[in-house]
Each structure stands twice: as structure tokens, then as C-alpha cells.
Write a protein that binds this ligand. Structure first.
Ligand code: PHE
Ligand code: ZN
Length: 867
């Protein structure tokens, strides 16, 4: 039989997969045995699938495969030749209800640049299967609702690949006399193919144990290249904290005897929750004070927790189909957010999460790529690992937790884990458990899963001075999104409280208002003085609030609100109003902000990390998101002006803080992190003031720092300046960290984020730097991803930024479609800009779409962005 090797990319126009077309698998695969003869150029994969007809039907067995062809097919031990290839599927006719189907393929991990399936990274071999990578390894029904028990045997060169790992528990290993060795692993828990993993490499381990709540001892291992072993303690510690936290907070215990994590340098996402064998982007494992910032330390702990928590929310209960992705991701993000909140300041964690949501999810929800938390269709599922699925999905879980309260929420998650353990479930299954154990009706709440777009709530408070009564008029509006022009009103849980303008004291308790109508009026009795509205406290709903609060009201709340998030939010709104007005009118009236910042810095009892967040101005992008037409230069000018005003007006305060907050030897603790953060914010404002010694101060900090947080902060300050120290610092930094990929990423990223006017040209030059490569996703993201969010540089009026990004993405698409597609969204903001910029952006999108041989990934993102 003559079979063409199927091309990596489809030549015909890609078709959409629809949620409504779901049907259960025709064949189950209760068991699979895999045998790998590992070799970078020619790995032989033999698979034996025990298959069972799932219901009376006469359909053949259909297996997915991509980029390989079967070398042989056997049924019940006998070679057959009545199979056929249809598109990317292998169709095997079967007569009985139970068979063993065996295939053998050859794959070449060393030439796998997509980093999906089996690939090489830093001389080691590893796998990435979510969402559809397993089909690049062997023929299989590669869908999450087919659950199998895996037995894996690996044979590999003993010296090159001394360590052989797979899911589950190791069962046997040995040596052959041809220089190879072998190992066998068995995972007793049935799992979908996207959770399969193996690693073969020359790795060292940071090993430890954890005793679970029922007294079982689990062997933990974090595997990295030997030189990195000293940087794994933080991750190991975070893993143990996560294991204990999931027992304490959700009653969930780990279930295998071994839990391994492997760090690799080439990875498309953050990390992967493969059963018993997590594989991580090394940036979320490796941390020491000299190379990782406080932000990096926090991210390592959060991602370690996230992947660990997936063992229950993802692995024990998985997703029926990829439309249900938020079932595992939204819930698991919510879980990791709560974990992180418990490790330090819950208030600051909430502020960071909302900042992140506004920076990534809100723009997505108001742009051409908007989609519901449970999408209706996709062309390429990899494009749906989005802020909407993850972060808005987490907000949905949080809203349900808020409405249920802690006790009923825990009862509801217990019910969910109990009822769906060992199955592939849906978002609906989860909501039904919340409803049942919570004793509430969530019919209308379900719209959060199906309606895209960020709801907008307008809030107006009125008060009759004599009558003692206040009325809060609320109205909601959900904007149209692609494919959804008409929306229904949603159920919005809004935490609200009133404060007295004269006394500064609360006038009411905190109330949870469930807004479920288009418009509603809420009445408050015995309101004895003019009330000021604190609304959406704790960011209880992921919405935009438009209120009639004055600058004085906002300043008042920023000083008196007892909810730290609301307090932060009032300041942000005051800053935002000032900056939007400044952008439009070309004059920045900063006095109210200056007064509010002064008062906040003088207030008693606030955490330093909170202060640092509270006094930071909203980003240029976020200001742009408030405007009908984004004028990047005017926004930049307004923001810089306010920064300078704040810098000058409070210069003595910034200097005092800078001096007082200096610390001795580096320690990593919530307190020490807060000091560093506020001190570096102070440094930024000293620089913004134009003080003559600012560059010298930053350079001195850069040179003296015993940790990356302070060094990177100083570098960031210098890189946006015209000071002569700028070049020096960049050169030192580069030389000092030669060969350290993760730190070089920072070197690229810091320059791409610079606010200088030559940043576009600098970035184009950096793309030619010998250390730049599109082959490594972290490096590509460090330069191109950062440039894409640098609003002023990317949107240069001549379109050079657009052209540069498009060229890079077309080149990157040939190597790694997933990573290219992830970096496209900045080009989709064209509707928000003036006609000239829109035209230039659209032209680049057209150029991308018309590129011959484009991947489905980039095609979907670019073509949807044009609509
Ligand atoms: N499932 C991974 C997570 O924990 C993300 C991921 C998706 C990783 C696809 C690799 C590929 O969020
Ligand atoms: Zn996840």
C-alpha cells in the first residue's frame, strides 16, 4: 500500500469543530501498552490497544495520528491490511466487540520544532500531549473522554539518557548488553491521552518525601540538569505546601507513590499536569535570589501548586471534550489563587489577579477573539488556552464560592469530587453540584458560561438628606461580541457597602446584592449622613463598574474603605479618570491624585506591598482600553506627566522611603518582598521626578544588589532613561548572565518594554542578536510578547511595529504554530485605533492570512482578528 506521509499542515481551509456535534466514543480503550525504542532521529513506538465496542454499532475503530504513518497494523496478533488512512485518521475495521490492536510508527523527536508530541529539549527527550499531541506519538483516539490504564516501556542509550521517567509508578528496569537500558512504568489510574508523559535524559534530582493525611509516604522528585539542582528548593517547598493545602482545604490527598516534576527549557506554555509526572517550563521551577525576582518566586509557587492541584481537578476528574476546558482550568486557577493568597497577603494577591485579568482577559473579551468560557466552536484547540478560559473561568468559580459561602462551597466540591471521580465531566456537571449542595438556583448564572463579553454595570447613589434613606440604582449591559449580538441580563454578585462622607465610618454592613435584572433599585434605610458607595468589593464580579462617584468620593474611599481591594480600586479609578481626561484634553490635573497618594503613604497599618500596588499608575494599555480611539502618544505623555508630578510633589517622601526600606542580606518573606517592592516603586518615582541623581542611584542599586528583584528594577529604570549608565547596565547584565537563558529572557524583555522613543528600532535590532532565537518559546515571548504590549512602541505611526511583528510571526509559524498564534492578538486591536493605524494593522493581518502553508493556529487567530 502506498501512503503519503501526511503533511504537517492542512492544505485546505481548516474547518471548525462544534460543541453541539459531541458524541461519545464508539470504542473504549481500557488499556494501552506502549513500547518506546528512544532515539532522537528515529524513535520506534509500538502501541497495543485493548479496545472495546462501547455500544451496539457497526463503526470501525478510528484512530488519530498526525505526522506519522503506520509501519504495521495487527489485530489480535495478526498483521492486517484492510485498514485505510482518511485525512489524519487510521480506520481499522473490526468484527468483534473486544480486540487488541497493535501499531508501530517511527517518529523523529529531534526535528520536532512544534514542541507537541515527543521532542528534544537541551539534549533530553520529553513529551507534551495536551491538547492533541499524543497523536504525534502514536495512533490513538486522542480525545479526553477515552480513559485508559497505561503501561509504558522505554529503551534508550544508557549514557545519553540515564534517567527514564513516565506516569505512575516505576515497576521494573534493567540493562541490555548493547549499551541501552530500559524501564517500565505503570499508571493504575485510567487517564486520557493528553495526560501521558515520558522523559528520557541526563538529569539530577532534588528528592524528598511527603507523608499524606492518611499516612502514606510519597517520594517527590524535581528533575533538572545537574547545574540547576541548587535552584529547585523553592519549587520543592511549594510542592509540599500545595500537597498539605489541598488536604486541608479540599480534603484531597495524593494518590500515587511517586510524584515527579521535570523542568525543560523549551516549552510552549507554563507547565503540564501529566499524571504523576509534571513537565514544566524551567522558568516556573528554577529560582535563586541571584536569578529570580520576587515575582518569579511567587510564579514558581503558584504554577507548582496549579499543576499539583490538577491531580484532582483535571486528572481524577477530567474534561469530556475540549469545550469543557474551563472545568479543569478555571477551577484549578481559582484553587491556585486561593493557595497563593494563603501564603502571604490575600489583599495584594487579589489586586495582582485583577490587574492581570484587566490586562489580558478584558481586552480579549472586548476584541475580535472574544469567546465564552465554554466556547461553541474552534478551529484549533490550542488557541483556546486563553485568559477567558483560565482567568475569567476562575472568576466564575469564585462567584459561585461567594454566593455559596465557604461551608456550602466545600460541600459542593466534595460532592463534585465524589460524584465524578474517574470520569470525564462537563462544566454543567460542576454547576449542578454547586446548585445541589449549595441549595441555590444557578439557572441564570449559567449564562456566564455561554455569553462572552464583560458586563458593564452603571451605579448611581442618591440620598434624601432629611429622610435617612439612600437609593442605589443599578443597571447592567453586556456588550455584543462576535457571533453574539443580543445578550440576556446576567446574575451578578455585587458586594456593596456605604460609608459616611462626614465621619468616614461605615453606614451599613457589607451586603451581597444579586443583580439579576437589567435595572434594579436597592434601598438602604437609616442612612444618617451623605453616603459614599463602595461597590464590587473584593472584585466580587468580573465586570466594569461605571459610577457617578466624584473625585472627592474616590479620594475618600481610597482613604477610608475597609475592603483593601475597594480601597485600591478607588485610587485606581481616580488615577484613571485623571489620565483619561489628561489624554483627551492634553493637560493633566494631578492634584487630587497627589493628595490621595500622599494620604495613602501616610496611613497607618497598611502593608508595604499594598502601598506599592496602590500608588502605581494604571498601564498605558489599560488607559487605552477606556478610550474609543487609542492615541498611544497622548496616553504616554499624560501618564508620564502624572508620574513626573507625583515624583516631584512627593520627592522627599520617595527619598525617605528609598532610604528607610533598604534591607540587609536578602531574605524571601512576605515582609521583605513588600519592602523591596515599595522601595523599587519609590526609585521609579525618583527617576520620574527628573532628579539629577536618579540614574546614579539606580546604577548604584544595580551594582550593589544581592538579588534579582533589585537588580532588575534598577535595570528597568535605567533602560527607560537617557542616562549614560543605561548602556553600561545592559552590558554588565548581559555579560554577567551569559549562558543563563532565563535571565537573558529578562534582558530582552526589559528592553522591549522600554518607554524610550527608539524602542521599536532597538527591538528590531535585538531580533538579529546572536542570543535571539525563535526556536525557544520563552525567548520569542520575551522579545515579541513584550513588544506587543508596549503600546506606544508597537503602535508607531508608520506601522513599523506591525510589520516587524507580522514578519516575525510568519517566520515563527513555520517552527512553532502554537507560540506564533499566542503572540498575534496585539494586531487584532485595529478597531481601537485611528484610520491610518487600523489600515496598516489590517494589511499585516491580511498578509499573514494569505501566507502559503500557514498553520491552522495562526490562520484562526489572524482571520478572526480581521472580522
Ligand atoms: N494544562 C496546562 C495547565 O496547567 C497548560 C498547558 C496546555 C500546557 C497545553 C501545555 C499545553 O494549565
Ligand atoms: Zn492548568
Amino acid at each position: 500500500m502506498d501512503i503519503q506521509r501526511s503533511a504537517a499542515q492542512p492544505s485546505t481551509a481548516p474547518t471548525a469543530i462544534r460543541r453541539e456535534d459531541y458524541s461519545p466514543p464508539a470504542w473504549e480503550v481500557p488499556q494501552i501498552a506502549l513500547d518506546f525504542a528512544l532515539d532522537p532521529a528515529d524513535t520506534r513506538v509500538r502501541a497495543a490497544l485493548t479496545v472495546t465496542r462501547s455500544s451496539p454499532h457497526d463503526m470501525p475503530l478510528v484512530l488519530d495520528g498526525a505526522g506519522q504513518m503506520p509501519l504495521s497494523v495487527k489485530v489480535d496478533g495478526v498483521a492486517v491490511n484492510d485498514w485505510r488512512i482518511e485525512g489524519e485518521q487510521l480506520v481499522v475495521p473490526l468484527t468483534g466487540d473486544h480486540h487488541v490492536v497493535e501499531t508501530e510508527v517511527s517518529i523523529a523527536p529531534e526535528s520536532n520544532t512544534q514542541l507537541m508530541g515527543l521532542y528534544a529539549s537541551g539534549g533530553n527527550l520529553c513529551t507534551q500531549c495536551e491538547a492533541e499531541g499524543f497523536r504525534r506519538i502514536t495512533w490513538f483516539p486522542d480525545r479526553p473522554d477515552v480513559l485508559s490504564v497505561y503501561r509504558v516501556r522505554m529503551t534508550a542509550d544508557r549514557r545519553r539518557y540515564p534517567v527514564l521517567l513516565a506516569n505512575g509508578d516505576p515497576v521494573a528496569s534493567g540493562e541490555n548488553d548493547d549499551g541501552t537500558h530500559w524501564a517500565e512504568w505503570h499508571d493504575p489510574f485510567p487517564k486520557p491521552s493528553y495526560l501521558f508523559a515520558l522523559v528520557a535524559g541526563d538529569l539530577a534530582v532534588n528528592a524528598s518525601t511527603f507523608t499524606t493525611m492518611s499516612g502514606r509516604e510519597v517520594r517527590l522528585g524535581i528533575w533538572v540538569r545537574a547545574a540547576d539542582l541548587a535552584k529547585t528548593d523553592h519549587a520543592l517547598h511549594a510542592l509540599k505546601l500545595s500537597m498539605a493545602w489541598d488536604e486541608r482545604v479540599y480534603g484531597r490527598e495524593y494518590d500515587l507513590d511517586v510524584f515527579n516534576i521535570v523542568a525543560v527549557d523549551d516549552f510552549n506554555f507554563g507547565a503540564m499536569e501529566n499524571k504523576g509526572l509534571n513537565i514544566f517550563n524551567s522558568r516556573y521551577i528554577l529560582a535563586d535570589p541571584d536569578t529570580a525576582t520576587d515575582y518569579d518566586y511567587d510564579a514558581v509557587a503558584a504554577v507548582v501548586a496549579h499543576e499539583y492541584f490538577h491531580n484532582w481537578s483535571g486528572n481524577r476528574i477530567t474534561c469530556r471534550d475540549w469545550f469543557q476546558l474551563s472545568l479543569k482550568e478555571g477551577f484549578t486557577v481559582y484553587r491556585d489563587q486561593c493557595f497563593s493568597a494563603d501564603q502571604g497577603s490575600a489583599a495584594v494577591k487579589r489586586i495582582e489577579d485583577v490587574r492581570g485579568l484587566r490586562a489580558s482577559q478584558f481586552p480579549e473579551d472586548s476584541g475580535p477573539l472574544a469567546h465564552p468560557v465554554r466556547p461553541e466552536s474552534y478551529i484549533e484547540i490550542s488557541n483556546f488556552y486563553t485568559a477567558t478560559i483560565y482567568n475569567k473561568g476562575a472568576e466564575l468559580i469564585r462567584m459561585m464560592a461567594t454566593m455559596l459561602g465557604p461551608v456550602r462551597f466545600r460541600a459542593a466540591t466534595d460532592l463534585y469530587f465524589d460524584r465524578f471521580d474517574g470520569t470525564a465531566a462537563t462544566c454543567e456537571d460542576f454547576v449542578a453540584c454547586m446548585e445541589e449542595a449549595g441549595g441555590i438556583d444557578l439557572s441564570q448564572f449559567r449564562l456566564w458560561y455561554s455569553q462572552a463579553g464583560t458586563p458593564r454595570v452603571s451605579a448611581g447613589l442618591s440620598h434624601e438628606p432629611g429622610g435617612g434613606r439612600a437609593e442605589l440604582r443599578l443597571a447592567q449591559h453586556v456588550p455584543a461580541t462576535p457571533g453574539q449580538s443580543v445578550k440576556q441580563p446576567m446574575l451578578l454578585p455585587l458586594k456593596v457597602r456605604l460609608f459616611g462622607a462626614e465621619t468616614g465610618r461605615p453606614l451599613t454592613d457589607e451586603r451581597l446584592i444579586l443583580l439579576d435584572q437589567v435595572a434594579e433599585t436597592i434601598t438602604f434605610e437609616s442612612v444618617t449622613e451623605r453616603p459614599v458607595l463602595s461597590i464590587n468589593r473584593g472584585f466580587s464580579a468580573p465586570i466594569v463598574v461605571e459610577s457617578d462617584r466624584t473625585a472627592e468620593d474616590l479620594a475618600f474611599l481610597s482613604a477610608h474603605d475597609d475592603d483593601p481591594f475597594a480601597r485600591y480600586e478607588a485610587m485606581q479609578q481616580l488615577m484613571l479618570d485623571t489620565l483619561v481626561a489628561g489624554t483627551i484634553h492634553g493637560e493633566v490635573k494631578g492634584q487630587a491624585v497627589i493628595d490621595a497618594v500622599t494620604r495613602t503613604l501616610e496611613a497607618e497599618g497598611l502593608e508595604l506591598a499594598f502601598l506599592a500596588e496602590a500608588v502605581l499608575l494604571p498601564s498605558e494599555n489599560f488607559i487605552g482600553d477606556q478610550l474609543v480611539t487609542v492615541d498611544p502618544d497622548a496616553i504616554h505623555a499624560a501618564r508620564e506627566t502624572l508620574r513626573t508630578q507625583l515624583g516631584r510633589a512627593l520627592l522627599p517622601t520617595w527619598r525617605r522611603l528609598y532610604a528607610e526600606l533598604a534591607q540587609g542580606r536578602y531574605v524571601y518573606s512576605p515582609e521583605a518582598k513588600g519592602r523591596r517592592r515599595l522601595r523599587n516603586v519609590a526609585l521609579g518615582y525618583i527617576a520620574a521626578s527628573g532628579a539629577e541623581d536618579a540614574a546614579a542611584l539606580a546604577f548604584a542599586q544595580f551594582e550593589a544588589a544581592d538579588n534579582m528583584t533589585d537588580r532588575q528594577a534598577a535595570l528597568t529604570t535605567l533602560v527607560s532613561s537617557d542616562a549614560p549608565e543605561r548602556e553600561d547596565a545592559l552590558a554588565h547584565f548581559h555579560a554577567r548572565y551569559a549562558g543563563n537563558g532565563l535571565v537573558l529572557d529578562k534582558w530582552f524583555q526589559t528592553q522591549a518594554l522600554s518607554s524610550r522613543s527608539d524602542t521599536g528600532a532597538v527591538v528590531e535590532r535585538l531580533a538579529q542578536h546572536p542570543d535571539f532565537t525563535l526556536a525557544n518559546p520563552n525567548r520569542a515571548r520575551a522579545l515579541l510578547g513584550a513588544f506587543g504590549v508596549n503600546q506606544r512602541a508597537f503602535n508607531a505611526a508608520d506601522g513599523s511595529g506591525y510589520r516587524f511583528l507580522a514578519e516575525q510571526l510568519i517566520a515563527l509559524d513555520r517552527l512553532n504554530p502554537q507560540t506564533a498564534a499566542k503572540l498575534l492578538p496585539p494586531l487584532g486591536r485595529w478597531r481601537r485605533f485611528d484610520a491610518k493605524r487600523s489600515g496598516l494593522m489590517r494589511a499585516e493581518l491580511v498578509r499573514i492570512v494569505e501566507t502559503p502553508g500557514l498553520s491552522k493556529d495562526l490562520f484562526e487567530q489572524a482571520s478572526k482578528s480581521l472580522d
